[in-house]
Ligand binder design. Sequence first.
Ligand SMILES: Cc1cc2nc3c(=O)[nH]c(=O)nc-3n(C[C@H](O)[C@H](O)[C@H](O)COP(=O)(O)O)c2cc1C
Length: 257
Amino acid sequence: MTKIAVVIYSTYGHIISLANSVVKGIESTGATADLFQVPETLSEDVLAMIHAAPKDESIKVLSSPDVLTGYDGIMFGFPTRFGNVPAQISAFFDSAGGLWASGGLYQKPCGLFTSTGTGGGNEMTIRNSLSFLAHQGMIYVPLGCATSFAELTDLSEVHGGSPWGAAGIAGADGSRQFSELELKIGYIQGTDFAKVAAKLSAAIPDATPAAAAAAATTTTAAEKSDAVETETATPASKTAAATPPASSEKSGCCTIM
Ligand SMILES: Cc1cc2nc3c(=O)[nH]c(=O)nc-3n(C[C@H](O)[C@H](O)[C@H](O)COP(=O)(O)O)c2cc1C
């Protein structure tokens, strides 16, 4: 079964409502969806000053990015900050240096959705997060238009969302709730993304370098008996081949994690 992680950050709750629609879309395909929130970086005092909503305790906090290696695809949802990702998401991305070094997210599909107050940042926020995803070697899956053309081109109401990904408009003061149309686009994106993740995980079951190394060491019975002889002859070289260096040892120019 295809496993999708949906990783979000939300200050005022709008992204949570969109994430719930995305999750429903994912689950409509038979895939599973686990919803996580990244750790908060602001103090309680500051959160109170900006009138942040209380944290939704029912959403698990993703304390380590390593958890994501167990998923076939990852969707990220977060509000804009002047067209960029919030500091909380940036801090989470920064904490994924170990995965960059080990290739833990390599060739995993990812999709993005966002939220803005006014529409400013609807597309840029997603585009501006791509550098992180590219460095991880993730495969960005845009929403496109093929399955959401009617919704994206519906001009009967103000709405967020673009070929880059679903989005909602919260209003300058955050008082607007996302419309049925915006939530539907999120549902479509979740559905489409889960289908792509299923196809990719079937085609490349686990493309991480660690998995490739493990596959390379899988041997037939005949090869195993050869290996026994080799092991007897050169135990040191066998040990070296079976023990990949720790990720920190692999980085030539710097030590990460
Ligand atoms: C520091 C900061 C910068 C923001 N920048 C923008 C912006 O550039 N454009 C915009 O439309 N909304 C902007 N907003 C509004 C947020 O995008 C809005 O509060 C958010 O989409 C609500 O989502 P949430 O309820 O999930 O937190 C900004 C908010 C903050 C706190």
